[in-house]
Design a protein around this ligand. Structure first.
Ligand code: FAD
Ligand code: 2HG
Ligand code: ZN
Length: 484
């Protein structure tokens, strides 16, 4: 194998890592759940470089693991640990972060063309500099890349208004496993010319090809935004608030997120300087964001008035028991920071078991009532950490060890609960007509579990697609598709 990487090194001087210490940061995922092994890490600068690497890998039968910011939650961005023992050679990790150019912004067409390794935050900033909004928004935006967002069809906190990554992409540039470069960078909102290859690659988690650039949709920048954190007794009241809020303010409602008091406690405990925005603890909180276009001076007042009217009415009905509304940018950011710091704070108290579930919104209160009770009875060792994108019917129905049980010595015992806990939760999700992966993808985490909920026909069609686009099975092996 050494001679193989020597050939590659000749083409990629300074962009190929083979030393164990240099490769280590690329081999473990954000949650520190999976560590794999690789032949090398390659860091190409251009789509042509990517094509050259894939041509080489194809000729030498070397698997490829595409990697963006490696913030994925399902273990898709690092080599699958058991692949080190398989018959195939170790994979190349293909880090896309040097493909970091914003190629163009067209404010009139409301589109921009960006390379796959541009961070989500840099995409948002480039759009903003051109007077436009790119609305995909999530807590990892400083690190995650647009290529990773599209490959995993990320969601985030603005899906309610603008849709997920798939809905924000008009075109793609992709390198196939054979090293051919497909230019599908169409900037059109209408294009019915056959099978939609773009949609095939979006959400394919690096198992079909490598996204090297994308055309993204842009929107008007809001003139004013306000956010409120509202205390509610349960998700029943939170949901009771959702439809009237949408009827009252329409598209101005840009986020409708929820968190439990456990999440609030984790964040106030672990993020220095964070304070509870409302005095009395409440079982649940809703975060509502309103975004208004128009003249900034009028929009500010309009947004505040809308929020006050909305929450005033909800307090009269008893749905909301207390609320804090942002009055300035610092308060706006502080309220969002509570929501955005939940994942980090959950990681701070030990290993995590994550369920990224989608349900019909109307079923959520009943699902929580029965499943919370079943977990409390069967898994008293578990502390539930539940939050998410209620407006989209997507909950992060997560588990942590009970307080005091998060140290390394208890980690194995806690993680041993993952299989039976997954079964309980995913069976309940299925019974309510839901999905076991709303926005984080299957990766290695839910790869095999997904087979329990897909028909043999659906699995066969998916395998046919894989076979057609990646006949040698070199792209991100042992991810997404169930092994058996
Ligand atoms: P990676 O983790 O590097 O990769 C993800 C998958 O895409 C892997 O399978 C990888 O092989 C593949 N891939 C990466 N780049 C390419 C490419 N160019 N071509 C082909 N395949 C590629 N997700 C949400 O949906 N909503 C959230 O609100 C959200 N919040 C998060 C908050 C935190 C604090 C963290 C750590 C993660 C969060 N995530 C969220 C999870 C994650 O999906 C996103 O961070 C992001 O979409 C992953 O992008 P990435 O560049 O880090 O991709
Ligand atoms: C979020 O919504 C992310 O904050 C992360 O999707 C969820 O940590 C998680 O489980
Ligand atoms: Zn999320």
């Amino acid at each position: 194998m050494t001679s193989l990487t020597d050939t590659l090194r000749a083409c990629f001087t300074g962009k190929l890592l083979t030393d164990a210490a240099d490769m280590a940061p690329f081999l473990t995922d954000w949650r520190k759940m999976w560590t794999g092994a690789a032949l090398a890490v390659v860091q190409p600068d251009t789509a042509q470089d990517v094509a050259q690497v894939l041509t080489w890998c194809n000729a030498n039968n070397v698997p490829v693991v595409p990697q963006g910011g490696s913030t994925g939650m399902s273990g898709g961005s690092v080599p699958e640990p058991s692949s080190a023992n398989a018959d195939q050679p170790l994979p190349i990790v293909l880090s896309l972060t040097r493909l970091n150019k914003v190629r163009s912004v067209d404010p009139q067409n409301n589109t921009m063309v960006v390379e796959a390794g541009v961070t989500l935050q840099a995409v948002q900033e480039a759009a903003c500099a051109a007077g436009r909004l790119f609305p995909l928004s999530l807590a990892a935006e400083g690190t995650c890349t647009i290529g990773g967002n599209l490959a995993s069809n990320a969601g985030g906190v603005q899906v309610l208004r603008y849709g997920n990554a798939r809905e924000l992409c008009l075109g793609l540039e992709v390198v196939t496993p054979e090293g051919e470069l497909w230019d599908g960078l169409r900037t059109l909102r209408k294009d019915n010319t056959g099978y939609d290859l773009r949609d095939m690659y979006i959400g394919s988690e690096g198992t079909l090809g490598v996204i090297t650039a994308a055309v993204l949709k842009l929107f008007p920048l809001p003139a004013a935004q306000t956010i409120a954190l509202a205390a509610v007794p349960s998700t029943r009241e939170a949901l009771a608030l959702l439809n009237p809020a949408q009827s009252r303010v329409g598209a101005a409602l840009t986020a409708f997120e929820v968190l439990t008091d456990t999440c609030m406690e984790l964040v106030t405990d672990h993020v220095p300087g964070t304070r509870r925005p409302v005095t009395e603890a409440s079982p649940w909180y809703v975060l509502l964001e309103l975004s208004i276009t128009g003249q900034p001076d009028q929009a500010e007042a309009q947004a505040s008035q809308m929020m006050e009217d909305l929450l005033g009415a909800a307090m009269e009905t008893g749905w909301v028991t207390d609320a804090a509304i942002s009055a300035n940018l610092a308060q706006f950011e502080a309220l969002w920071a509570i929501r955005e710091n939940i994942s980090e704070s959950q990681s701070a108290v030990g290993k995590t078991i994550k369920h990224d579930i989608a349900l019909p919104v109307s079923c959520i209160p009943d699902f929580l009532e029965s499943t919370d009770a079943a977990i409390a009875q069967a898994f008293p060792q578990v502390r539930q950490v539940v939050f998410g994108h209620l407006g989209d019917g997507n909950l992060h129905y997560n588990a942590s060890p009970q307080p005091g049980m998060g140290s390394a010595e208890h980690a194995a015992a806690f993680l041993a609960l993952e299989g039976p806990l997954n079964k309980l939760v995913h069976d309940a999700v299925h019974a309510f007509g839901g999905s076991i992966s709303a926005e984080h993808g299957l990766g290695v985490l839910r790869r095999d579990e997904s087979a329990r909920f897909k028909s043999p026909l659906e699995l066969k069609l998916m395998r046919n697609i894989k076979q057609a686009l990646d006949p040698k099975g070199l792209m991100n092996p042992a991810k997404l598709l169930p092994l058996n």
